[in-house]
Design a protein around this ligand. Structure first.
Ligand code: ZN
Length: 194
């Protein structure tokens, strides 16, 4: 039972940090995002749980054209392993999504309170990532926004093959300076995996 709700516009959290406005171009191909009716945004955030401070490690926007091709960067073994990992946590995800739709909690705070896959509270994470889908300029609440805790990241780390990690090298180079390890890229809801 997947419902879908379009937020009016895009919450500032998913804006381009540098411009203070919504993303307009794909981080990977530099094409205009509005060449398609939807795109993805992902932010990877590090936070100090004691000082309650946050910093963006990186962020990117992914046009639908690039998103559609992205699955090919991942080896079959890794794809299968990731799918199994998501499936193993699918119940937490579905319960969360179902609850938020049923109670009509269409705010980013509600969706980002806990890890979509492990249920860990995001405020207790030293790192987390949040990814969302934007359709015709509006944030989509459906299965996304997807929020991933440091706990789930570690699990992902454990199942990725060497080839997949290498396959993401090229993509990492296209993301802004100071990029963390490439495998972080797949913490998002890479289309084709979900
Ligand atoms: Zn693109």
């Amino acid at each position: 039972m997947i419902r879908k709700y379009l937020h009016d516009g895009i919450p500032t959290f998913f804006f381009n940090y540098d411009t203070g406005a919504p993303f307009t171009r794909c981080t990977f191909c530099d094409g205009k995002l509005d060449a398609y009716n939807k795109y993805m945004v992902e932010k990877h955030i590090r936070q100090n749980t004691v000082l309650h401070s946050r910093e963006i490690v990186y962020e990117y926007a992914l046009c639908w054209g690039c998103a559609s091709n992205m699955g090919s960067e991942i080896s079959d073994d890794s794809k299968q392993a990731i799918q199994q990992l998501f499936a193993a946590h699918g119940e937490t995800l579905m319960r969360k999504v179902d609850y938020l739709h049923t109670t009509k909690q269409y705010t980013l705070d509600s969706w980002m309170e806990r890890c979509s896959l492990t249920g860990k509270e995001i405020r207790l994470c030293s790192e987390f990532s949040a990814s969302a889908l934007v359709e015709d300029g509006n944030l989509v609440f459906e299965q996304t926004p997807l929020v991933i805790s440091d706990e789930f990241m570690e699990k992902m780390q454990g199942v990725l093959s060497k080839e997949t990690k290498e396959g993401f090298d090229g993509l990492r180079d296209k993301i802004m300076d100071g990029s963390p390890s490439v495998e972080d890229l797949v913490y998002g809801p890479v289309p084709g995996l979900l």
